[in-house]
Design a protein around this ligand. Sequence first.
Ligand SMILES: NC(=O)c1ccc[n+]([C@@H]2O[C@H](COP(=O)([O-])OP(=O)(O)OC[C@H]3O[C@@H](n4cnc5c(N)ncnc54)[C@H](OP(=O)(O)O)[C@@H]3O)[C@@H](O)[C@H]2O)c1
Length: 253
Amino acid sequence: MAKILITGGTGNLGKSLTRLLSEKNIPYVVGSRINNSGASNVAVMDLLKNEGIKEAVEGKEIIFHLATDPKNDTIASQNLLNAIDKNSNVQLIYISIVGIDKVPLSYYKQKLASENAIKACGIPYTILRATQFHELINQVISTALKFPLGLLPKKMVSQPISTEVVAQELFRLSLEKAENRTYEIGGAEILSVEQMAKEWLLQTGKKRWILNLPIPGTLGKSLRNGSLATINKKAESITWKQWLARCGSAYLR
Ligand SMILES: NC(=O)c1ccc[n+]([C@@H]2O[C@H](COP(=O)([O-])OP(=O)(O)OC[C@H]3O[C@@H](n4cnc5c(N)ncnc54)[C@H](OP(=O)(O)O)[C@@H]3O)[C@@H](O)[C@H]2O)c1
């Protein structure tokens, strides 16, 4: 029986982690709200409706908690924690975000509350805070540049990272004894959103006007001053330019 549960195993990061485990022939179960294919290693569970969680966590020794609901991340995490037998031999590995304690976004408040709930619940844990994934940056830029004039947050900087590298780090941490610690991981380079958008335009061949809008207040300041970046960079993470080139036309719309 698989001893590993991956909540959010169907997401961008989850897919990289399941690929890595499959390559290593390590069995795992994916927690998901749906199982269309009828795969035997999918546990149907809903972290918000609080359904199927107890069955999914039973007998697991490692739980990678990657699932997220942008509006209700804390409730989802709390429901997961409530379902875990505190006396069982389990360790929890939670993926969080660099800068959640500095950047005043409501989603980040949710993630911080999830971290605090994990720290307080008595289950051995490891928290890994990562910087923005390439897929997210691509989603934000492609949405902003959908029309001839695109609005971007002026001087905002980020340190995009590949989900493969984050998955490798999560796996590495899962091999160690959980010591209730929080780590950070970031991509190879820190870039402004404008720099990333220009590279995106270059590689997609699209023509757009870019207007850089200053974001006011503490939010704007934190987005400009590098709060989303970390000194713990992973040089082996491919760069934004390499990611764009690798993903080709499949991703870039
Ligand atoms: N995106 C980034 O740049 C970034 C950066 C740092 C950290 N993170 C963190 O990394 C994690 C994964 O991010 P991602 O971008 O890979 O996510 P994603 O692609 O948006 O996937 C979200 C996952 O959450 C699951 N999910 C959503 N609601 C659920 C519910 N009620 N019950 C059970 N599962 C539910 C979905 O599973 P089903 O649809 O199959 O149910 C899906 O697998 C998140 O915790 C996020 O905060 C993300």
